[in-house]
Design a protein around this ligand. Structure first.
Ligand SMILES: N[C@@H](CCC(=O)N[C@@H](CS)C(=O)NCC(=O)O)C(=O)O
Length: 145
């Protein structure tokens, strides 16, 4: 399998942590995606993920998977890992925890794009980020999923 990556991507790091946890280092080759920007097309990446986003996983049979949530669940199943339980109650708590983490990562990516910018969208995102961070802190410290 080949994981299409970029060093700065927190979603790629999430998948790479799972690869280490599952002991799959020898089964997954890492390949840098090359230049990715929101306003340009990376043809090689788009052939694997029409959304043009990383991480994307190329399977040995030529098929591909994308979105870190799908990739993580696939890798866990391939390695018979413990991270996505099948019991419904535990499963949905796990998926909720993943959604919480992904929400924080989405925010971090959006904020990085605002760096050094002070337009109205950047200002709105920064103030949303402060509010969301406060809500996350309050939620997580009171009742961890
Ligand atoms: N929901 C996606 C989010 C992935 C994502 O935001 N990737 C960013 C890099 S951290 C990306 O590829 N951005 C390229 C773009 O927006 O064109 C996942 O979980 O895989």
């Amino acid at each position: 399998m080949k994981l299409i990556t970029a060093d700065a991507s927190p979603f790629v790091r999430k998948v790479r942590v799972l690869i280490l946890e599952l002991g799959l280092q020898d089964s997954v080759v890492l390949e840098d995606a090359g230049p990715i920007t929101p306003v340009s097309i990376n043809a090689g990446l788009n052939a694997i993920n029409p959304l043009g986003m990383i991480p994307a996983l190329e399977l040995d049979d030529g098929d591909s998977l994308y979105d870190s949530t799908v990739i993580c669940e696939y890798l866990n199943q391939a390695a018979h890992g413990p991270f996505f339980p099948s019991d419904p109650s535990r499963r949905f708590r796990t998926l909720r925890l993943q959604a919480l983490g992904d929400g924080m990562l989405d925010l971090s990516v959006a904020l990085r794009r605002c760096n050094g910018r002070n337009g109205s969208i950047a200002k709105m995102l920064k103030s949303n980020a402060a509010s969301i961070r406060w809500k996350i802190f309050a939620t997580v410290s009171n009742r961890l999923p």
